[in-house]
Design a protein around this ligand. Structure first.
Ligand code: SF4
Ligand code: SF4
Length: 277
């Protein structure tokens, strides 16, 4: 509702003031351009002095002011490039129409540099364009790298609230809460596995046997229970919870800690007659 109200106020009341007062485009442009830059410009050599079409002493501009009428920011491009110009090119189209009607060549207002208007050549390769190209390349590289890092899912694993671990008849159990967000537009079914970070321990994972179905753009929060037998439990150690598709062609993993009591106390409790190692 806030966005709708802002848009309505802009279109119904604020209108071109947005371009004139708020939009940074003109300010940026004025800092970026020089006399070799191609811009929307009026060819004053050809158009001046403005005057009626029948006046043999007048230029090609017939002073119809059509270019001013169509300009969304209300400027007269014949006065030169101005901060308010948003390069919409409406004045180019309007003037071309007029030129066609009075049977004169189009392009009285066109994309052209100041140097070209003065009859000199535009230099395309200059320090400014080299710097802009480097910055553009850097920006595109960062954007490309960011896009390549995009993952089709969001996957987080956190410890469940409550007791940090549960001692069972055979060992220790930890419970994690896994959150999955499917960012694609297709159903996705995910399966879970867990292993010690150094791959030294077999870990049992209890979760839905046929996987977890996450609808397109949907989110599922599900418990994942990891167990270690008392004989294998080494004390607190880091584990890796993995989520993968059925074929295991895509695997995402998160590291969490597996908690438990003192290793010897656990063994005494579960195997009371066995000697401590
Ligand atoms: S539209 Fe063309 S001919 Fe008419 S006033 Fe503008 S520049 Fe001159
Ligand atoms: S390009 Fe658009 S904003 Fe700039 S002078 Fe022409 S009509 Fe106006």
């Amino acid at each position: 509702m806030i966005v709708s109200a802002a848009l309505y106020a802009n279109f119904a009341w604020f209108r071109e003031q947005l371009c004139l007062i708020i939009c940074p485009y003109g300010r940026l442009q004025s800092a970026l351009v020089d006399e070799h830059s191609i811009n929307v410009a009026y060819d004053y050599n050809r158009g001046n002095p403005p005057g009626p079409a029948r006046d043999p002493n007048a230029g090609d501009c017939i002073d119809c002011r059509r270019c001013v009428q169509v300009c969304p920011t209300g400027i007269d491009i014949r006065q030169g490039l101005q901060l308010e110009c948003i390069a919409c090119t409406a004045c180019i189209d309007a003037c071309d129409e007029i030129m066609t009607k009075v049977k004169r060549p189009q392009g009285l207002i066109r994309y052209v540099s100041e140097e070209q208007l003065e009859g000199r050549k535009t230099q395309w390769i200059r320090p400014r364009t080299i710097l802009y190209s480097i910055l553009l390349f850097l920006g595109m590289s960062v954007a490309g790298y960011s896009l390549m890092q995009l993952q089709p899912i969001v996957f987080t694993a956190t410890r469940m609230a409550g007791a940090p671990y549960i001692i069972t008849e055979t060992g220790v159990r930890n419970q994690y809460q896994v959150r999955l967000v499917n960012k694609t537009n297709q159903d996705k079914r995910f399966f879970f596995t867990a292993s010690a970070v150094d791959d030294s321990l077999p870990l049992a994972v209890a979760s839905a046997a046929d996987g977890i179905l996450v609808r397109p753009l949907g989110e599922v929060v599900t418990p994942v229970i990891v167990s270690v037998s008392a004989a294998d439990f080494p004390g607190r150690f880091p584990i890796r919870i993995e989520v993968h598709n059925k074929e295991s062609t895509s695997v995402w993993s998160r590291e969490v800690d597996f908690l438990g009591p003192d290793r010897d106390l656990l063994r005494q409790r579960i195997f009371p007659t066995a000697p401590n190692e």
